[in-house]
Design a protein around this ligand. Structure first.
Ligand SMILES: Cc1cc2nc3c(=O)[nH]c(=O)nc-3n(C[C@H](O)[C@H](O)[C@H](O)COP(=O)(O)OP(=O)(O)OC[C@H]3O[C@@H](n4cnc5c(N)ncnc54)[C@H](O)[C@@H]3O)c2cc1C
Length: 570
C-alpha cells in the first residue's frame, strides 16, 4: 500500500504533537524530566497555530503575582470558577491558578521580555471576568515571543523536531496503552512511525472549519477527530469563541480597544446598519464602549456581532463576506494612543486607517471545549495520552477569563510533559504498537471513490460559518450537520486518495468529524448561554442545562451525551 522505503521509524520516550505554546512547553518539560523527546508539528516551527500566529491589540496571559498585592491564586481560581462554574474541573482550575505565576517566571528566566510600564512594573491588562489586571503581554504578539524562547531551550536540550509533519493517528499496544503515533512528514514525503511510551497531544483548535478565522489554515481539528474516533471523552464542545475581525487585507482580531474608537460600520450598500439592530434605549456608543471579545449574550455589545453576521447573511456584505469598517474620522494621535500595536500592523500591511475601509467579518477565534483532561497530570481518558492547550477540555466553559488560555498552555503543557516523561521512564514494557486501526483508516482513504472530493472543504467551511457562529437554531445546525455527515458517509465508502492526495483526504475526514462533533454538541444544548445563542431556545435553562456534557463516539459512530457533574467551587 505504501512503499516501505518511504516509512521512517523513530523511537522516543515521549512524542509531543503540535508546535504551539502548550506543546512547546510540554516538549521542554519532558526533556527536563529526562525523557528522549520527539516533537512534531503540522506547520514549520514558529509558524502554525494560534499561539504564534494570533495577534490582537491586547494578546496576553494571566497569572497573579505580577500586579495588585490583593490578587493571588485564590482570587484567580475564584474568577475562573465564577465564569464557568458547573462546566469546569475545580482541581484543574486550582492547578492553573497556582502554577501560572511560576510558569510566567520560567518564561521571564528564558528571556521573554513582557511589556512594562516604567522600569519596575509590568504592564497588565484587566481581562473580562478578571477581578484584577493580571494579564501580561509582549506588544500584542505574546505567543510568538514566548514560543520562540521555549523552542530555543528545547532545541538546546536536544529535543528532536519533525516539522512540517502531521499526526495521522494514534498507535496503541495490545493492552490499549498509547505506544506512539503515525505521522506524515511533509518535509520529505515520508510516513513516520513513532514508537513512544507516552503521547502528548497539543494540536490546538479547529479554525480551519470556518471560512473566517484568526489562526492558521492547518488547524483542521485533527486532534479532536483522532481522539474522538479512538473513544476519548470530550466536554463543552458547543462552546467556542468568535467575534469581529479584520479579514482583509490582513487578519487581526478586533477587540474592545478598536471599538472604543467608535468606528463607522457600513454594509456593501454604504448603509450604517448597527442602529437598525438596537432595541429602544440602547445607543451605538454604549454597545461600542461595552464591546467585549468574544461574543457573549450577557453583554449589550452582542448587537455588534449580531448585526455584522446578519448583514452578511442577508447578502448585504461585500464579495469577501464582510462589512466595511472605517476609522477615518478618528484623530491619528488618539489612534496611536489607543491601538499602538494595531497601528504598527496596519502600516506594515499597507493599510492607511485615515483613508482605507477595512473588511471585517465574524471570525472563529478558539474552542472552549475539548478532549477531557481527567487529572492534574493532564491525562485524557485514553491510557498514555495526555491532552493540553486548546485541544483539551476542562478549564474553559461557556466563558473564561481572558488570558487563561495562554496560561493554561504553560501550566498544563509543563504538567503533561513532566508526567509523560515520568510515566514513560517508569514503564518497562516495550509496548509495540498494534496499529490495526491506523492501517484500516489508510486503506479506506486509498479506496477508489470518484464522488469524494477534498476540494469541497469550502462547502463545509461556508455552512459552519453561516450556521455555527453567532445566531444558531435547529434548522441551520441541521443543515451544517447534514454537510458534515455527507462528507463522513462518503468517506466511509472510500477516500479516493492517491499517494499524492492521501494527506489531504485524511485531513478532510478529520474536518468533517470535528465539525459534526461541534454541531451535535450545539444541537444538544437547547438553551442560550454566553456565546451559545440559540434563537429557537432564547432563554438560559439552568435546571436542564446548567452543566457540562461528556460527548463520546457511540457504536453507530454518532455522539452520545452524558451529563457531567463537575463539583462546584470549594
Ligand atoms: C487572534 C487570537 C488572539 C488570542 N488572544 C488570546 C489572549 O489574549 N489570551 C489568551 O489567553 N488566549 C488568547 N487566544 C487563544 C490562545 O491563543 C490559544 O487558545 C492558545 O494559544 C492555543 O495554544 P495551543 O498550543 O493549544 O495551540 P496552537 O498554538 O494553536 O498550536 C497548535 C499546533 O498544533 C499543530 N497541529 C495542528 N494539527 C496538527 C496535526 N495533525 N499534526 C501535528 N501538528 C498539528 C499546529 O500546526 C500548531 O503548531 C487568542 C487566539 C487567537 C487566534
Amino acid at each position: 500500500m505504501i512503499a516501505t522505503e518511504s516509512i521512517d521509524t523513530v523511537d522516543a520516550d515521549v512524542v509531543v504533537v503540535g508546535g504551539g505554546g502548550a506543546a512547546s512547553r510540554a516538549a521542554l518539560s519532558a526533556s527536563l524530566a529526562g525523557a528522549k523527546v520527539l516533537m512534531l508539528a503540522k506547520a514549520p516551527l514558529g509558524v502554525g497555530g494560534s499561539t504564534v500566529h494570533g495577534a490582537s491589540e491586547i494578546m496576553s496571559m494571566g497569572a497573579s503575582g505580577y500586579g495588585a498585592k490583593a490578587d493571588n491564586p485564590e482570587v484567580h481560581y475564584r474568577d475562573t470558577m465564577a465564569a464557568a462554574s458547573g462546566f469546569i474541573d475545580r482541581e484543574l482550575v486550582r492547578a492553573l491558578a497556582e502554577d501560572a505565576p511560576q510558569r510566567i517566571r520560567d518564561l521571564i528566566d528564558y528571556g521573554v521580555d513582557f511589556d512594562r510600564v516604567g522600569s519596575d512594573a509590568y504592564k497588565l491588562i484587566q481581562s473580562d471576568f478578571g477581578s484584577y489586571a493580571r494579564a501580561l503581554g509582549v506588544s500584542g504578539k505574546t505567543g510568538k515571543a514566548f514560543v520562540a524562547a521555549l523552542n530555543e531551550q528545547a532545541l538546546a536540550r536536544g529535543v528532536q523536531v519533525r516539522a512540517p509533519a502531521t499526526l495521522i493517528d494514534l498507535l496503541f499496544d495490545a493492552q490499549g496503552h498509547a505506544a506512539g503515533v503515525l505521522a506524515f512528514d511533509a518535509s520529505n514525503n515520508h510516513w513516520l512511525v513513532v514508537h513512544a511510551r507516552s503521547v502528548v497531544l497539543g494540536t490546538g483548535g479547529a479554525h480551519g472549519l470556518f471560512s473566517q478565522q484568526v489562526s492558521t489554515a492547518e488547524m483542521t481539528g485533527d486532534g479532536q477527530a483522532v481522539m474522538y474516533r479512538a473513544g476519548a471523552e470530550l466536554v463543552n464542545m458547543e462552546f467556542h469563541q468568535f467575534g469581529p475581525a479584520l479579514v482583509h487585507p490582513y487578519v487581526q482580531l478586533f477587540s474592545k480597544s478598536c471599538f472604543v474608537l467608535h468606528p463607522k460600520m457600513t454594509n456593501a450598500l454604504g448603509h450604517e446598519f448597527l442602529g437598525d439592530y438596537l432595541p429602544e434605549g440602547v445607543s451605538e456608543e454604549e454597545v461600542m464602549d461595552e464591546k467585549v471579545f468574544p461574543f457573549t449574550v450577557s453583554n449589550v455589545s452582542r448587537y455588534i456581532d449580531i448585526s455584522i453576521a446578519a448583514e452578511i447573511a442577508a447578502g448585504r456584505g461585500t464579495s469577501r463576506g464582510t462589512v466595511l469598517l472605517s476609522l477615518a474620522h478618528v484623530p491619528p494621535q488618539r489612534m496611536e494612543k489607543t491601538i499602538p500595536n494595531t497601528m504598527r500592523w496596519m502600516k506594515a500591511n499597507g493599510v492607511d486607517p485615515q483613508k482605507d475601509q477595512m473588511h471585517v467579518g465574524i471570525a472563529f477565534q478558539c474552542l472552549n471545549g475539548g478532549v477531557r483532561m481527567i487529572d492534574a497530570d493532564v491525562r485524557s481518558t485514553l491510557p498514555g495520552v495526555h491532552v493540553i492547550g486548546e485541544l483539551a477540555g476542562g478549564v474553559r466553559g461557556p466563558d473564561r477569563p481572558g488570558g487563561n488560555s495562554l496560561a493554561e498552555g504553560q501550566v498544563f503543557g509543563h504538567r503533561a510533559g513532566d508526567a509523560a516523561a515520568r510515566n514513560a521512564l517508569a514503564r518497562d514494557t516495550d509496548g509495540k504498537p498494534v496499529g490495526d486501526a491506523a492501517i484500516a483508516r489508510l486503506r479506506l482513504a486509498l479506496r477508489p471513490n470518484a464522488s469524494f472530493d477534498v476540494c469541497d472543504a469550502a462547502e463545509l467551511r461556508e455552512v459552519m460559518q453561516r450556521h455555527v457562529l453567532v445566531e444558531k437554531n435547529a434548522e441551520g445546525l441541521n443543515e451544517a450537520l447534514a454537510v458534515a455527515r455527507r462528507f463522513e458517509d462518503e468517506w466511509e465508502q472510500g477516500g479516493g486518495a492517491t499517494p499524492a492526495t492521501l494527506h489531504g483526504v485524511l485531513t478532510m475526514q478529520n474536518m468533517a468529524t470535528t465539525a459534526r462533533v461541534i454541531v451535535e454538541a450545539c444541537l444538544e444544548r437547547r438553551e442560550t448561554r454566553s456565546g451559545h445563542l440559540r434563537t429557537d431556545f432564547p432563554d438560559r435553562d439552568d435546571a436542564t442545562y446548567g452543566r457540562a456534557f461528556v460527548q463520546q463516539r457511540a457504536a453507530d459512530a454518532r455522539s452520545t451525551f452524558t451529563p457531567l457533574e463537575y463539583p462546584a467551587a470549594e
